[in-house]
Design a protein around this ligand. Structure first.
Ligand SMILES: [Fe+2]
Ligand SMILES: [Fe+2]
Length: 163
Protein backbone atom coordinates (compact mmCIF):
# COMPACT_ATOMS: atom_id res chain seq x y z
CA UNK A 1 0.00 0.00 0.00
CA UNK A 2 1.28 3.46 -0.89
CA UNK A 3 1.95 5.82 2.00
CA UNK A 4 1.76 9.66 2.05
CA UNK A 5 5.52 9.87 2.13
CA UNK A 6 6.10 7.50 -0.82
CA UNK A 7 6.75 10.43 -3.23
CA UNK A 8 9.60 11.58 -1.00
CA UNK A 9 11.02 8.08 -0.73
CA UNK A 10 10.83 7.83 -4.53
CA UNK A 11 12.67 11.14 -4.89
CA UNK A 12 15.37 9.93 -2.50
CA UNK A 13 15.71 6.72 -4.54
CA UNK A 14 16.43 8.87 -7.60
CA UNK A 15 18.97 11.04 -5.77
CA UNK A 16 20.86 8.32 -3.86
CA UNK A 17 22.80 6.84 -6.84
CA UNK A 18 24.34 10.28 -7.35
CA UNK A 19 25.83 10.10 -3.85
CA UNK A 20 28.00 7.22 -5.09
CA UNK A 21 29.11 9.45 -7.98
CA UNK A 22 30.15 12.13 -5.47
CA UNK A 23 32.28 9.58 -3.63
CA UNK A 24 33.76 8.16 -6.86
CA UNK A 25 34.71 11.65 -8.00
CA UNK A 26 36.26 12.51 -4.60
CA UNK A 27 38.43 9.39 -4.93
CA UNK A 28 39.39 10.30 -8.51
CA UNK A 29 40.23 14.00 -8.18
CA UNK A 30 43.93 14.68 -8.41
CA UNK A 31 46.17 17.44 -9.72
CA UNK A 32 46.96 17.54 -13.41
CA UNK A 33 45.35 18.37 -16.72
CA UNK A 34 42.34 16.21 -17.38
CA UNK A 35 39.36 17.89 -19.10
CA UNK A 36 37.12 14.88 -18.32
CA UNK A 37 37.86 15.20 -14.59
CA UNK A 38 37.09 18.93 -14.68
CA UNK A 39 33.86 18.15 -16.57
CA UNK A 40 32.86 15.65 -13.86
CA UNK A 41 33.32 18.35 -11.21
CA UNK A 42 31.07 20.59 -13.33
CA UNK A 43 28.42 17.87 -13.68
CA UNK A 44 28.37 17.00 -9.97
CA UNK A 45 28.08 20.68 -9.09
CA UNK A 46 25.16 20.99 -11.53
CA UNK A 47 23.43 17.99 -9.91
CA UNK A 48 23.94 19.44 -6.44
CA UNK A 49 22.47 22.83 -7.38
CA UNK A 50 19.65 21.74 -9.66
CA UNK A 51 18.54 18.49 -8.05
CA UNK A 52 19.74 18.19 -4.47
CA UNK A 53 19.30 21.80 -3.33
CA UNK A 54 15.97 21.98 -5.15
CA UNK A 55 14.87 18.87 -3.25
CA UNK A 56 15.89 20.57 0.03
CA UNK A 57 13.90 23.71 -0.88
CA UNK A 58 10.80 21.62 -1.57
CA UNK A 59 11.19 19.93 1.81
CA UNK A 60 11.57 23.26 3.59
CA UNK A 61 8.36 24.51 1.99
CA UNK A 62 6.15 21.43 2.09
CA UNK A 63 7.59 18.69 4.34
CA UNK A 64 9.21 20.25 7.39
CA UNK A 65 6.18 22.34 8.43
CA UNK A 66 4.13 19.11 8.43
CA UNK A 67 6.80 17.30 10.48
CA UNK A 68 6.93 20.21 12.96
CA UNK A 69 3.14 20.06 13.38
CA UNK A 70 3.16 16.27 13.77
CA UNK A 71 5.85 16.53 16.46
CA UNK A 72 4.02 19.39 18.14
CA UNK A 73 7.05 21.69 18.15
CA UNK A 74 8.08 24.28 15.55
CA UNK A 75 11.74 23.83 16.61
CA UNK A 76 11.63 20.10 15.86
CA UNK A 77 13.01 20.52 12.35
CA UNK A 78 15.63 23.15 13.27
CA UNK A 79 18.55 20.72 13.24
CA UNK A 80 17.56 19.35 9.83
CA UNK A 81 17.22 22.86 8.42
CA UNK A 82 20.79 23.48 9.66
CA UNK A 83 21.85 20.44 7.59
CA UNK A 84 20.24 22.02 4.49
CA UNK A 85 22.02 25.33 5.17
CA UNK A 86 25.39 23.64 5.63
CA UNK A 87 24.91 21.51 2.49
CA UNK A 88 24.09 24.70 0.56
CA UNK A 89 27.20 26.41 1.92
CA UNK A 90 29.43 23.50 0.88
CA UNK A 91 27.86 23.43 -2.60
CA UNK A 92 28.60 27.18 -2.89
CA UNK A 93 32.20 26.52 -1.86
CA UNK A 94 32.49 23.77 -4.48
CA UNK A 95 31.07 26.19 -7.07
CA UNK A 96 33.67 28.79 -6.10
CA UNK A 97 36.52 26.28 -6.64
CA UNK A 98 34.91 25.11 -9.89
CA UNK A 99 34.94 28.74 -11.10
CA UNK A 100 38.73 28.86 -10.68
CA UNK A 101 39.39 25.77 -12.87
CA UNK A 102 40.76 26.69 -16.27
CA UNK A 103 41.65 24.64 -19.34
CA UNK A 104 40.79 21.33 -17.69
CA UNK A 105 43.70 21.59 -15.27
CA UNK A 106 43.49 21.14 -11.51
CA UNK A 107 46.24 22.29 -9.13
CA UNK A 108 47.21 20.36 -5.99
CA UNK A 109 45.43 22.83 -3.71
CA UNK A 110 42.30 22.87 -5.90
CA UNK A 111 42.24 19.06 -5.86
CA UNK A 112 42.61 19.02 -2.07
CA UNK A 113 39.75 21.51 -1.68
CA UNK A 114 37.46 19.62 -4.09
CA UNK A 115 38.15 16.32 -2.32
CA UNK A 116 37.48 17.89 1.10
CA UNK A 117 34.14 19.27 -0.08
CA UNK A 118 33.01 16.14 -1.91
CA UNK A 119 33.84 13.80 0.98
CA UNK A 120 32.11 16.21 3.37
CA UNK A 121 29.02 16.53 1.19
CA UNK A 122 28.79 12.75 0.73
CA UNK A 123 28.88 12.13 4.49
CA UNK A 124 26.48 14.92 5.45
CA UNK A 125 23.92 14.20 2.71
CA UNK A 126 23.97 10.42 3.35
CA UNK A 127 23.31 10.91 7.07
CA UNK A 128 20.68 13.58 6.33
CA UNK A 129 18.77 11.21 4.03
CA UNK A 130 18.88 8.44 6.66
CA UNK A 131 17.48 10.79 9.30
CA UNK A 132 14.61 11.78 7.02
CA UNK A 133 13.86 8.21 5.93
CA UNK A 134 14.19 6.54 9.31
CA UNK A 135 12.76 9.24 11.60
CA UNK A 136 10.63 11.82 9.79
CA UNK A 137 8.88 9.72 7.15
CA UNK A 138 7.82 6.83 9.44
CA UNK A 139 6.56 9.43 11.93
CA UNK A 140 4.36 11.03 9.27
CA UNK A 141 3.19 7.68 7.90
CA UNK A 142 1.99 6.68 11.35
CA UNK A 143 0.49 10.02 12.40
CA UNK A 144 -1.08 11.64 9.33
CA UNK A 145 -4.72 11.03 8.57
CA UNK A 146 -5.66 10.14 5.01
CA UNK A 147 -6.72 13.75 4.33
CA UNK A 148 -3.48 15.12 5.83
CA UNK A 149 -1.49 12.62 3.74
CA UNK A 150 -3.18 13.78 0.54
CA UNK A 151 -2.57 17.42 1.56
CA UNK A 152 1.14 16.63 1.99
CA UNK A 153 1.36 15.08 -1.48
CA UNK A 154 -0.41 18.12 -2.91
CA UNK A 155 1.88 20.55 -1.06
CA UNK A 156 4.97 18.71 -2.33
CA UNK A 157 3.67 19.01 -5.90
CA UNK A 158 2.90 22.71 -5.51
CA UNK A 159 6.37 23.32 -4.06
CA UNK A 160 7.89 21.84 -7.23
CA UNK A 161 8.76 18.35 -6.05
CA UNK A 162 9.33 15.69 -8.70
CA UNK A 163 6.26 13.76 -7.56
FE1 LIG B 1 16.36 17.23 3.47
FE1 LIG C 1 15.25 14.61 1.50
Amino acid sequence: MSTPTEPLRAEHRELVPHLAHILDLADAVTEGTDPELAARVERIHGFLVEDLLHHAEVEELALYPVVARAMGAPEATGTMTKDHVEIGRMVDELGAVRDTLTGGSITASQAREIRRLLYGLHAVVKLHFLKEEEVYLPLLDSRLSEVEGLALIDALRQAGGAV
